[in-house]
Design a protein around this ligand. Structure first.
Ligand SMILES: [Zn+2]
Length: 294
């Protein structure tokens, strides 16, 4: 494998507004002190659009707030497996009518373009019981199907159960921060879904992600950050923002044997197609900077 080429990565910064970050959390506390400064810097640092993903009702509402404030931010709304609510006794509870009403209300917002992030997380012992996680995922896959919305799927150490539910409900959407095998990626592609790869694909131990990046059809790959988490090498462990996606793009392009520019354009088209948005191409030379406007 070639050495990681920082200069090639930095080329991504030269073209303003061309990248779609398909997964970020700008509602997170990590951006509390300088959220607007960071967001307003993104366009000139390469990023033209962001899908901000909620992880519970409150953060989904904040995602919609950001989407109202910035016309180039879109929102996904949903309940993440680690954020499943508890009942009065403190036990994790199943979804009910009030959850349906709340999620339907959020999903009806014109800038709510996906349901997410939703999924299964079997990594932590402290996570809700698996059957409760599966019930919440099935419930939200049904809601997404009713509304014809794509989904943003979180799958950590739960590949078999995730794939089983995706094959049952056959949603449109993406499995984000994909950590499964190339065989699972092929199944996800067969369902017509997308595979999201982010900073984790640049890590030294990213053997599976590298294999997946190499085998994916060009029209099935999405670029993402998961900001403020998952900063790519050489920023691993630092706070991530969407502009660092250029480093991920450079690494993925290297793996796939294409230029970062081609990969960035392809992934932007893919994200637009998934979310039902028209593709865009900023004027040559940078032009105006819509992201700098609130
Ligand atoms: Zn996320």
């Amino acid at each position: 494998m070639e050495a990681y080429d920082l200069q090639k990565a930095a080329a991504g910064f030269a073209a303003p507004g061309r990248i779609f970050d398909s997964h970020a959390h700008y509602d997170a506390d990590a951006f509390h002190a300088d959220r607007d400064t960071v967001l307003q810097s993104l366009y000139d640092r390469g990023v033209g659009r962001v899908l901000n993903c909620g992880s519970d009702l409150a953060s989904s509402e904040k995602s919609l707030g950001l989407a109202e404030q910035y016309d180039w931010i879109y929102a996904a709304v949903g309940v993440h497996p680690e954020e499943i609510p508890r009942d009065e006794s403190g036990a994790y509870r199943l979804p009910g009518a009030s959850d349906r009403a709340a999620l339907e209300g959020l999903a009806a917002h014109p800038k709510a373009l996906a349901m997410g992030e939703i999924g299964l997380d079997y990594y932590w012992d402290t996570c809700p019981p698996r059957e409760i996680q599966r019930a919440w995922l099935a419930f939200q896959l049904e809601l997404a199907a009713e509304r014809g919305m794509p989904v943003v799927i979180h799958d950590r150490e739960a590949h078999g159960d995730t794939l089983e539910l995706l094959q049952k409900y056959r949603p449109a959407g993406v499995v984000h921060c994909f950590s499964g095998s190339p065989e699972m990626a092929a199944e996800v592609v067969k369902l017509g879904m997308y595979v999201g790869l982010g900073g984790a694909a640049t890590f030294k131990n990213a053997r599976k992600a590298v294999e997946v990046a190499a085998m994916l059809p060009a029209d099935r790959l999405l670029l993402e950050t998961d900001a403020p988490y998952m900063a790519p090498v050489p920023f691993r462990g630092k706070r991530c923002d969407s502009a660092l996606i250029a480093y991920t793009a450079a690494r993925l392009a290297e793996i796939r044997g294409e230029t970062p520019e081609t990969l960035i354009a392809r992934c932007r088209e893919n994200a637009c197609r998934m979310l039902g948005l028209p593709d865009w191409m900023p004027p040559a030379g940078g032009g105006s900077s819509p992201a700098s406007k609130a």
